[in-house]
Design a protein around this ligand. Structure first.
Ligand code: DX5
Ligand code: ZN
Length: 217
């Protein structure tokens, strides 16, 4: 099944609660939460207090994307405020296996992410351990960027390998995904689709419905 994850980075923060309720009602599967530390990426977004406060308004899966250096330091904190799935960057740690173990220790799903410049081979040693691989289709740090087409070659390679090895691993794509290019992304082999601007700009409910239709075609 294909999954839609709404990235709240593009929400109107003065109306964050009602916009999350809207994506929930309209049929998003996951809520994608981008955590940035100003070190791994230039920008600083939000952290545990925001996650904790929105946990009360939706039961949808919290898909936390950590763009932070040395992510193992914060796994427990994000679990405590309600993360269901935690994705960290391969480039942000020298011991990805330890981060995966830490996430699993709390019974949560683990994802490993790579930036556009990182070869797909970087995640191969962890495919037996993770529930998801996130192939970034823009440089992490900001919403509203254009998808880098070459990154989809990595999705194709990964899909082939996962299918050949019959692994139960989701492929998530994040960055520059819109209703009019999502088909190509699904065709490349991704099955968890993140969108921020494509959902929160314009009519939110309508955008979700259009995405859901594409995802179920
Ligand atoms: C970027 C974030 C994305 C971002 C995507 O670093 O990881 O989740 O919100 O935004 P769009 O869909 O606008 O490219
Ligand atoms: Zn993200």
């Amino acid at each position: 099944m294909n999954i839609l994850s709404s990235s709240i980075l593009s929400a109107d923060f003065t109306r964050l609660g009602s916009q999350i309720e809207e994506v929930d009602k309209a049929g998003t599967h996951y809520i994608h939460i981008d955590v940035m530390d100003g070190m791994f990426v230039p920008s600083i977004s939000y952290g545990m207090p925001i996650v904790k406060s929105i946990r009360g308004i939706t039961d949808k899966l919290f898909d936390v994307h950590l763009m932070i250096i040395d992510p193992i330091r914060y796994i427990k904190d994000f679990v405590d405020v309600g993360a269901d799935s935690i994705t960290f960057h391969q480039e942000a740690t020298d011991n990805p296996a330890a981060v995966i173990d830490e996430i699993h220790k709390y019974g949560k799903k683990a994802g490993i992410a790579i930036k556009p410049g990182t070869p797909i081979e970087a995640v191969f040693p962890y495919l037996e351990k993770v529930e998801m691989v996130l192939v970034m289709t823009v440089e992490p740090g900001f919403g509203g960027q254009k998808l880098i087409p070459e990154t989809l070659d990595k999705v194709r390679m990964l899909r082939k390998l996962i299918d050949e090895r019959k692994l139960d691993v989701d492929i998530q794509v994040d960055g520059g995904v819109y209703i009019d290019n999502v088909e190509e992304i699904l065709e490349a082999g991704a099955n968890v689709i993140v969108s921020g601007s494509g959902i929160f700009k314009g009519d939110i409910s309508e955008n979700i419905i259009k995405f859901r239709n594409k995802l179920s075609e």
